[in-house]
Design a protein around this ligand. Structure first.
Ligand code: PMP
Length: 382
């Protein structure tokens, strides 16, 4: 929350209060999906439980799952990853924390392109690190500004954390951008932590993993999860891939923080990744269709400008032309039109003036939400 006690999640709370009173609200806040998790994974849980797979596994993950993730990652980056380099975690969020605890000492600085995923400040803060943000302006389609990143380095800089495809912006970082960021890491002896949870959801171009940069493999951590690509957010299954020495350290930390992941969830994760290594194509198609529906509908509406995402599951809607700050716009929108979104306050200073809209809802709801936003924007304009 800000000093005023305001938080962008106030809008979500208002939506929940309205729904508790029986009102219908279109909730496009949290990055969850309307898609069901793959049936093969659901069946695998039942099967695993029936086989009594309820005991501890190694804290770093069960061997078959680590091997499966290593295989998938090797294929993605065109370079051999050993299963020992993979640490299975409680979602990518837990991998972000474990990486932070392993890599950062109190007072270390971490550079993060902004707009940024809203848990980064808290996660880095738990490790005692200081976050230094570098704007990725909308005018550059929210792509990282590599020269500005280089200029932000100080003797205390220890790492660069980034997310590609990006939450909230949907920017899919290009190979040349990651190449240049990798060069900076090499030059200044920094870690690169690349959060790639949306790797399976790219519409324009293709996902380039930081793990593909072989010459910085000794300083790169890639983070992934089943939450987005396989509509399995509630299963809490993620991973980190790290150089061997760091993976060993992460294994010890994971022993202290979680002591492993539910065994039957890991069994199901093997099935999910083996049957659909690139995620669910129907989910990606649906999000692409909804992106089009949403952006087309709001294209010529006064005061709002949709930003076309290249990947991920969100659309950023610029509401700065409406005359209202994003928080007030979002609060009015939920109260008057019953559409809940996330105002950009949480995503950093350069993200002011945007709403983040989740595409993980049925087409009809996305269309209806866009129509209500248009009504609201027209009313403000008059
Ligand atoms: N990183 C980013 C960029 C995310 O958007 C999310 C989820 N919203 C996470 C990490 C955490 O994902 P998980 O559900 O795997 O913990």
């Amino acid at each position: 929350a800000s000093p005023s006690g305001r938080s962008s999640w106030d809008i979500h709370s208002v939506a929940e209060e309205m729904m508790a009173k029986g009102e219908e609200v279109i909730v496009l806040t949290v990055g969850d999906s309307d898609f069901a998790s793959p049936k093969a994974a659901v069946d695998a849980v039942t099967d695993s439980l029936a086989r009594g797979r309820t005991y501890y596994t190694a804290p770093a993950g069960d061997d078959p799952l680590r091997a499966t993730i290593a295989r998938q990652q090797s294929r993605l980056i065109g370079r051999e990853i050993a299963p020992e380099q993979v640490i299975v975690t409680v979602g990518a969020q837990n991998a972000l924390l474990i990486a932070s605890l392993c890599l950062l000492d109190p007072g270390d600085e971490v550079i993060v392109p902004e707009p940024l995923y809203s848990t980064y400040p808290g996660t880095l803060g738990l490790a005692g690190a200081r976050m230094v943000t570098v704007a990725s302006p909308a005018a550059q389609d929210f792509h990282p500004q590599v020269d500005a990143i280089a200029a932000a380095i100080t003797p205390r800089t220890r790492a660069i954390f980034l997310a590609t495809p990006n939450n909230p912006t949907g920017a899919v970082y290009r190979q040349d951008e990651l190449r240049r960021i990798g060069d900076i890491c090499k030059q200044h002896d920094l870690w690169l932590v690349s959060d790639e949870v949306y790797a399976g959801i790219v519409y324009e171009g293709h996902h380039f993993s930081a793990g593909s940069l072989a010459d910085i493999a000794d300083r790169t951590v890639t983070i992934g999860s089943l939450s987005k690509s396989h509509a399995m957010a509630g299963w809490r299954l993620g991973w980190m891939v790290a150089p061997l020495a760091l993976a060993r350290q992460a294994e010890r930390v994971s022993t202290w923080v979680t002591f492993g992941i539910p065994t039957f969830i890991q069994d199901a994760a093997v099935v999910a990744l083996e049957t659909q290594p690139d995620g669910m194509p129907e989910l990606k198609e649906a999000y692409a269709r909804r992106r089009q529906l949403f952006c087309d509908r709001l294209m010529n509406v006064p005061g709002v400008v949709p930003h076309w995402p290249e990947g991920g599951m969100f659309v950023m809607l610029d509401v700065s032309g409406s005359g209202l700050p994003a928080y007030e716009f979002a609060m009015g929108l939920v109260r008057e039109k019953r559409v809940a979104t996330v105002p950009s306050d949480d995503f950093g200073a350069s993200a002011q003036g945007y709403l983040r809209v989740n595409l993980g809802a049925a087409d009809a709801l996305i269309e209806e939400a866009a129509a209500r936003i248009a009504d609201y924007a027209f009313a403000l304009h008059e």
